[in-house]
Design a protein around this ligand. Structure first.
Ligand SMILES: [Zn+2]
Length: 290
C-alpha cells in the first residue's frame, strides 16, 4: 500500500528500528526492493534520485513505482531523492510521489531554511512529506552524485551537522525528516567510515519530536555501526551504491559461468533475484533486532 513518509517513520522511531530507502532506477531493482520488503515484512521507501533521471525520466519510472507501491502487501513510500531544483520537485509531485527530498544544502543556512519553510507549507497541504539536508554530505569520487576524490576522516568532520543548528532548522521549516552528517558519505568509501554516534544522539535530542533523523550513504557502513546509529535515533537509512556494485560483481560471475550465452531477459531476472536477496539482508539489519 502507498503511504507517506511521516506515518512509517514515526512508527519506526517509536519501535527502535529504521526503514530503508533504496534507489530504484530500473525495473529489476524496483521489483527486487518491493519484493524483498514483502519477504522481510517491513515497510520500505523506494526513491528516484534526480541524478538518475538520465537513466530513466521520472515520468516513466515514477508511475511504475507508485503502482508497485499500491499493489505491495507492505507499506511503501514513493520518495524523491535529492531533488535540487524546483521544476524537478514539481515533476515528482505530478508523477504521484508522496514524499519529496528538497535538497538545498548547497545554499547558506538562512536561504535553505527560508525556501524549505515555504515549500513545506505547500507540501503539507497536499499531504506530501518533506525531507531536507543540512550540512553538505561528502560524495566520493565513485558516486553518481559526482563527488570529489581524496576525502579523509578529517575532511569529512568539517561537514558534520551541528545539533543546535539542526534543531533551529527543523523548528523554522517544520520538515518531516532531516538528512544530517555524522561520518557517512555517498558512493563507495575510500576508507571504512567511522560514525559519530554521540552526535546522532545529540541531534535527536535537540530536534523537535516531529522531525525524523536521516542517514544517507548507508551502504558500505558495517552493520554494527548502522544498528548503533539507529539505536541513537536514525529512523531512515538511504542505501544503494554497494547493492548496485555487488550486483554487477555477481553478474560478471554469472556471465563468465554461462560464457555469455544467455538471453538478456535471463540476465535481468538473475540481477532481480540477486538484488532481492541482498536487499532483504539489508532490511533485516535495519530492523535492529526488533
Ligand atoms: Zn543522499
Amino acid at each position: 500500500m502507498l503511504v507517506n513518509l511521516k506515518e512509517i517513520l514515526s512508527e519506526a522511531e517509536k519501535g527502535g528500528y529504521a526503514i530503508g530507502c533504496i534507489n530504484t532506477p530500473n525495473m529489476e531493482t524496483l521489483r527486487a526492493v518491493v519484493d524483498a520488503a514483502e519477504d522481510v515484512n517491513v515497510p520500505i521507501i523506494i526513491d528516484h534520485a534526480q541524478v538518475h533521471d538520465s537513466l530513466i525520466p521520472i515520468e516513466y519510472i515514477g508511475p511504475k513505482m507508485v503502482e508497485y507501491a499500491k499493489q505491495a502487501k507492505v507499506p511503501v513510500c514513493v520518495h524523491l531523492d535529492h531533488g535540487s531544483d524546483y521544476t524537478f520537485v514539481l515533476r515528482a509531485i505530478r508523477a504521484g510521489f508522496t514524499s519529496i527530498m528538497y535538497d538545498l544544502s548547497a545554499l547558506p543556512f538562512e536561504e535553505n531554511a527560508a525556501q524549505l519553510k515555504t515549500f513545506v507549507e505547500y507540501a503539507h497541504k497536499m499531504n506530501i512529506t518533506v525531507e531536507a539536508e543540512l550540512g553538505i554530505m561528502t560524495s566520493t569520487a565513485d558516486d553518481s552524485h559526482g563527488g570529489a576524490a581524496g576525502w579523509t576522516h578529517e575532511t569529512i568532520k568539517k561537514t558534520f551537522t551541528d545539533p543546535a543548528q539542526a534543531a533551529e532548522f527543523a523548528n523554522i521549516t517544520n520538515v518531516d525528516a532531516l538528512a544530517v552528517c555524522f561520518g557517512t558519505a555517498h558512493g563507495i568509501y575510500a576508507e571504512p567510515p567511522i560514525l559519530d554516534i554521540d552526535r546522532v544522539k545529540a541531534i535527536r535530542a535537540a530536534m523537535p519530536s516531529s522531525t525524523r533523523v536521516v542517514m544517507h550513504g548507508g551502504s558500505g557502513v558495517d552493520a554494527d555501526q548502522v544498528r548503533a546509529a539507529i539505536s541513537a535515533g536514525v529512523s531512515k537509512v538511504n542505501y544503494y551504491s554497494y547493492m548496485a556494485k555487488a550486483c554487477s560483481a555477481h553478474m560478471a560471475e554469472y556471465f563468465a559461468e554461462n560464457k555469455g550465452d544467455v538471453f538478456y531477459h535471463e540476465a535481468q531476472e538473475e540481477a532481480y533475484r540477486f538484488m532481492r536477496g541482498y536487499a532483504a539482508d539489508v532490511m533485516r539489519v535495519f530492523k535492529n533486532g526488533k
